[in-house]
Design a protein around this ligand. Structure first.
Ligand code: G1P
Length: 272
């Protein structure tokens, strides 16, 4: 089986926690200092050796496509000025990567968004990156960590971190047997359980490697939490056969889906 070549970016959410700024633009375009979240996500995928970027977009997503679109006029405009280099990293990324888009007509859950992306992914294992989980690591990044584990174990792998018990209702929570320090074979997964019902406090964060059988599983997964099709429920089906690993990733995550996490990420990047 080949290594991971494609990364799916579900980006069709309404970003309601950030209204009004997300009224006419996707939350993935919110800036960490001067780069949008989605650019950090694409950079992380590229550092993991993944150069095929597949976006599942929704309403108001033009800014996202334009961000990775041609900008010759703008480049000409800043050529020779002291701002000439500000587009360098982005232009390099655009030369390195392919970008493709498909559209989710209504938000029906992360599982449904991933299933919508099947047309761009095809029959191969792939990465999923939720750009509002902004991660900083000392190595090539969380996706590189997951991709290396996939190369070794050839099954789905999710990134996890410990969260306070009181916060389990914001995450997919996993339970399992620790095979090696930080690496678990998942035996149970629950989407956003109340603390009393959670099988632990290991929370899935927005980095996944999924094997392509997930698409058929998603097709037959009924709506779960919030009446949405949940990737957590589909992964639980794979986990029943012992085919899901969870990795307590090395690094730091900022929850940029919340205003407080977003502000903290900006302060962190500005100061480092
Ligand atoms: C999604 C997933 C959840 C996961 C989280 C990570 O939830 O459904 O299992 O823990 O991403 O950020 P969302 O935050 O989109 O509601």
């Amino acid at each position: 089986m080949p290594p991971i070549r494609k990364c799916l970016f579900p980006a069709a959410g309404y970003g309601t926690r950030f209204l009004p700024v997300t009224k006419a633009m996707p939350k993935e375009m919110l800036p960490i200092v001067n780069r949008p979240l989605i650019q950090y996500g694409v950079e992380e995928a590229a550092r993991a050796g993944i150069f095929d970027m597949a976006f599942v977009t929704g309403r108001n997503q033009r800014a996202l496509e334009d961000h990775f679109g041609s900008s010759r006029d703008l480049e000409r405009h800043i050529a020779g000025s002291k701002r000439e280099s500000l587009l360098d990293d982005l232009c390099r990324l655009m030369r390195e990567c392919e970008f493709s888009y498909t559209r989710q007509l209504e938000p029906r859950g992360l599982g449904h968004a991933i299933l919508t992306g099947e047309t761009l992914i095809g029959d191969q294992a792939f990465a999923v990156l939720l750009a509002d989980d902004f991660c900083v690591t000392e190595d090539a990044g969380v996706l590189a960590q997951l991709s290396a584990l996939y190369d070794e174990h050839r099954c789905s792998v999710v990134a996890i971190e410990e969260v306070p018990k009181a916060e389990t209702s914001s995450y997919g929570i996993v339970a399992g047997e620790e095979l090696a320090p930080g690496l678990y074979r998942v035996s149970d997964m629950v989407e956003k359980p109340e603390p009393g019902e959670a099988p632990g406090n290991l929370a899935v964060i927005g980095r996944y490697v999924l094997t392509p059988d997930i698409f058929d599983i998603l097709r037959s997964t009924p709506p779960g939490r919030n009446d949405e099709i949940q990737i957590t429920d589909a992964l639980k089906t794979q986990a029943r056969e012992g085919k899901v690993l969870a990795w307590r990733f090395q690094g730091r995550r900022f929850d940029c889906g919340s205003v407080a996490g977003f502000m903290a990420a900006n302060a962190f990047v500005w100061n480092n």
